[in-house]
Design a binder for this molecule. Structure first.
Ligand SMILES: [Zn+2]
Length: 306
């Protein structure tokens, strides 16, 4: 029916209480396209409010949503960067004393690059992916190793106390009900199991420098955390021993230039293009560590590991 296809804003979802602290009185913060982002005056969580409707989100999460280049050189560059970043997250788990022999679940596994690196270290891997396109791609990446499920978290409801590690990379900011979601993951973890959360941070240098032009302000990001708000959200969902790290990504200038070409940011995109054009190929292709826009939180489910 034509009426159903028309864009309306009436089915957008209003958030009445802060999911971290319960405060009901928000302050204006920034505008992201047609959406307003407000800030909780008590805990400083930023909330897209009202939030895009399910249909609006469905239009955003199309086949192109996961950054995949058609040019094979571009794809190799993206893969190299994503796998090096995945190794960094796995190194953080190892440094926290988590053995790489257990069962690891990644929610929102995308094209499966974190799972691939985890399988190479010895983890028994499971991935859950909402996008059927990305799930299919993850199966190709893993070449028969582990298990890739397609759907939402409800498909794992029967697997209580099943996982040693749950990984959540750039997912929690997309979730409508983060507190409920973290409690669902808590049930999936074994006692003593570890959750690793990667999410953009409002306290990152890029957020502070870029202000309202921060590249993480996107219509599909429903919440914007910081070390303090993610810690409170995790504690409230039953986790303990929370450890926070700056989100380090392994990038090269070629990757950064491709990213800002796909997601233009005024001033930043022309500046990055200019630097990229000046940099000789061997240098622009070299991976380096950059503390970019995110945070990494490790949290434990109480109880002794089996
Ligand atoms: Zn709050």
């Amino acid at each position: 029916m034509p009426a159903a296809a028309a864009t309306t804003t009436s089915d957008r979802i209003h958030i009445s209480a802060c999911p971290v602290c319960g405060t009901r009185d928000f302050r204006p913060f920034v505008t992201v396209g047609p959406y307003s982002v407000v800030r909780c005056p008590s805990c400083r969580l930023a909330i897209t409010n009202p939030q895009p409707s399910d249909r609006e989100l469905g239009e955003i999460y199309g086949p192109d949503y996961v950054l995949v280049e058609n040019d094979p050189v571009g794809e190799a560059m993206v893969l190299r960067s994503k796998r090096a970043t995945a190794d960094h997250y796995l190194d953080l788990l190892a440094a926290a004393g988590v053995p790489s022999t257990g069962k690891l679940l990644e929610i929102g596994c995308g094209a499966g690059n974190v799972l691939r690196q985890a399988a190479a270290r010895g983890f028994d891997i499971t991935g859950l992916e909402y996008s059927p396109y990305a799930a299919e791609r993850a199966r190709k990446t893993l070449e028969g190793r582990g298990r890739i499920l397609h759907g939402e978290i409800g498909v794992l409801a029967a697997e209580r106390d099943a996982y040693d590690v749950v990984v959540l990379c750039d997912v929690i900011e997309h979730v409508r009900h983060p507190a409920d979601f973290l409690r669902d993951l808590h049930r999936l973890l074994k006692p003593g199991g570890t959750l690793l959360v990667v999410t953009p941070s409002l306290d990152s240098w890029s957020a502070r420098v870029l202000g309202s032009r921060w590249m993480e302000f996107k219509a599909e990001h429903l919440y914007y955390f910081s070390p303090s708000t993610i810690s409170r959200q995790l504690t409230g969902a039953g986790y303990e021993r929370i450890a926070l790290h700056s989100g380090t990504k392994k990038l090269c200038l070629d990757y950064i230039a491709a990213h800002f070409k796909k997601y233009p940011v005024s001033v930043v995109t022309p500046l990055v293009s200019f630097l990229h054009a000046l940099t000789p190929a061997p240098l622009s292709n070299r991976l380096f560590s950059i503390v970019a826009s995110g945070l990494v939180a490790l949290a434990r489910k109480p109880g002794a590991p089996a």
